[in-house]
Every structure is written in structure tokens, then in C-alpha cells.
Design a protein around this ligand. Sequence first.
Ligand code: ZN
Length: 125
Amino acid sequence: MRMHTAMHLLCSLVPCGVTGGQVGEEKSRLDFDTGDYQADKQALTDQLNVLVDADHAVTARWITEAELDAQPELVRTMSVQPPRGSGRVRLIDAGGSAIDLQSCGGTQVKRTGACILCLTISRSF
Ligand SMILES: [Zn+2]
């Protein structure tokens, strides 16, 4: 949960689509389609620490599939869509929609202050 919410915070700071990822107990990974975006490890680390130190609330809520269709930006993953058929989709709101609001069925900590951070950036082509 601590890693997963940290991934949401990272996702909120990188303006690129998510192409993959893996959440583990000691190490997690998010893959982005970065194009021309150049990640600055120190800047991202500083921004992540600001979000963690602010100890924002992390909450879940539900919207209808139609509401999701009207806001496609709520799905950050490029190839995986949230499951459909029940008529509703779960959203995670990490620190308010200005920080991160996206569809997610995973488990989260209740506050950003509980996130684990140690950022490494690697680039593959
Ligand atoms: Zn998630």
C-alpha cells in the first residue's frame, strides 16, 4: 500500500502516459512513454517529498462508466483500461484531484505521509 500510493504520487508528477508498472513490497516500478520529456531525478524527488511531507488524505470514490467516458484523462495507463460491466469505476484521489485522481482498484494508505520513497530513474528504448 505504501509503495502503491507512492506510485500514484509519482504518476501525478510525470506528464506522460503509463505503459507498465509493478508494485512490490521493497521495490516498485512505473514505466512511462516519455517521448521528449527528460526526467530530473532531484526535482522529482523534491516534489515527491513535498507531497509526502504534506500528508494529504488518500480516498476512494466511485463514478459511473459514463462519467469515466467523459473524463478519459482519469485513466493514465495507455494499454490497460479499468474493468467494466458493473456500471461503475473506482477512483483513487491522492491529495485531491489537483495532485492525483485516477481509476484504480488497488489498495492504498490513507495519507501520503505513509508513502515509501527512494527514486531511481532508468531509461530504455
Ligand atoms: Zn493505483
